[in-house]
Ligand binder design. Structure first.
Ligand SMILES: Nc1ncnc2c1ncn2[C@@H]1O[C@H](COP(=O)(O)OP(=O)(O)OP(=O)(O)O)[C@@H](O)[C@H]1O
Ligand SMILES: [Mg+2]
Length: 336
């Protein structure tokens, strides 16, 4: 029987699944709602995330990945069991192989936790391979990874920012910073509660971020509905970009100073090619307005962006699932 092959980017915010021969078939919020001590999943993805901070005590809503690692393995396994059935329409997935993208700058134990999502689930996997995310990201950008002598990618995701330098098919250095777009959502939520006694959910905070967060100071406003902490009643409030800006600027400054420092410590024969090509911003948070220019000014380099910033890792892991010969060099196979 021909094996089905899947490439997976388990992101903090969204799990993206690529199926060989078909492309990206699924992108779901990394959230699961379970019931009972056996953690039976009743909802995943956006439906589960909608229950976050609202569910009754009998339903446990979990966001099982954080800062680039699997923080709740049992919840993640429940999520995958539910998702696997959704992917295939069958009760179990059999005889499949999986390529999983994992951050480069985490421990081997943390990397293996990603493979356990598959091996501890009902999925009957034939083969599970781990591939470092920066390599997948580079393929997703359409790079000739084997040949390129200097490539720098900054993947700004939901919970992490991964800064990597690649050369001739290998990772020269990669650093995982524990900051991403979710930090802006949390900062916005905390600020409004403390300053105005105004409670909003993280979904609303994310909406405010997408409307108002910019790397430059702008003058926009947006209106959101929340709850007054004192009266307990719902109310509407206008939020301005001006007051949100201070909540984000230190994180932007940290990301750019780390990028600049990594570039300064890169051997000149590699950094000269990076300077020629410019750096690449990927990850959903790279879509923040003005961030490319901000990086260009602070790192003093040309910056390239991509329209499919959230999907480059999934596209790259997809490319490697379609080209097993190319994948062979990077894939670390695990016993299943
Ligand atoms: N237009 C936009 N403006 C600002 N932020 C955005 C925009 N679109 C998406 N985002 C943010 O991008 C993040 C999701 O990006 P992505 O899918 O790359 O993260 P992830 O892979 O799940 O996370 P990680 O790589 O950190 O584990 C979320 O925080 C989301 O709010
Ligand atoms: Mg990601």
């Amino acid at each position: 029987m021909a094996r089905k092959t899947y490439g997976i980017d388990f992101g903090t915010n969204a799990i993206k699944v690529y199926k060989k021969g078909e492309g990206i078939i699924l992108s779901e919020r990394t959230a699961v709602s379970t019931v009972g001590s056996k953690k039976r999943a009743i909802a995943i993805g956006e439906e589960s995330y909608g229950m976050f901070e609202k569910a009754p005590p009998s339903i446990h809503v979990s966001l099982p990945l954080s800062r680039g690692v699997v923080s709740q393995l049992d919840d993640m396994v429940s999520l995958w069991d539910f998702m696997g059935k959704k992917v295939t329409g069958k009760r179990t997935i059999g005889h499949c192989q999986f390529y999983i993208a994992v951050p480069a700058d985490i421990t081997e134990v943390e990397k293996h936790a990603y493979s356990k999502i598959i091996t501890q689930s009902e999925t009957k996997a034939k083969k599970v391979c781990l591939i470092d995310k920066p390599i997948a990201d580079a393929y997703g950008l359409g790079m000739d990874v084997e040949m390129v002598r200097g490539l720098m990618i900054v993947n700004i995701g939901a919970d992490t920012t991964e800064i990597s330098v690649l050369s001739l098919g290998g990772i020269v250095v990669s650093r995982l910073l524990p900051y991403g777009g979710n930090d802006f959502d949390k900062n916005i939520q905390t600020y409004l509660r403390k300053k105005y006694n105004f409670m909003i959910g993280l979904k609303t905070a994310e909406h405010i971020k997408k409307e108002l967060v910019s790397a430059d100071q702008i003058n926009d406003m947006t209106s959101v509905v929340g709850r007054d902490v004192i009266s307990g009643l719902p109310r509407e409030m206008s939020v301005s970009a001006e007051e949100i800006y201070p909540l984000t600027k230190d994180i932007f400054a940290y990301m750019t100073s780390e990028t600049r420092s990594m570039l300064e410590h890169t051997p000149p024969e590699i950094s000269s090619e990076i300077r020629e090509r410019g750096i690449f911003l990927t990850g959903g948070t790279s879509l923040i307005a003005g961030l490319d220019q901000y990086f260009a000014n602070r790192v003093n380099i040309r910056v390239n962006t991509t329209g499919h910033a959230e999907k480059t890792v999934a596209k790259g892991i997809g490319y490697l699932s379609e080209h097993p010969k190319a994948a062979e060099k990077y894939a670390v196979p695990l016993e299943v």
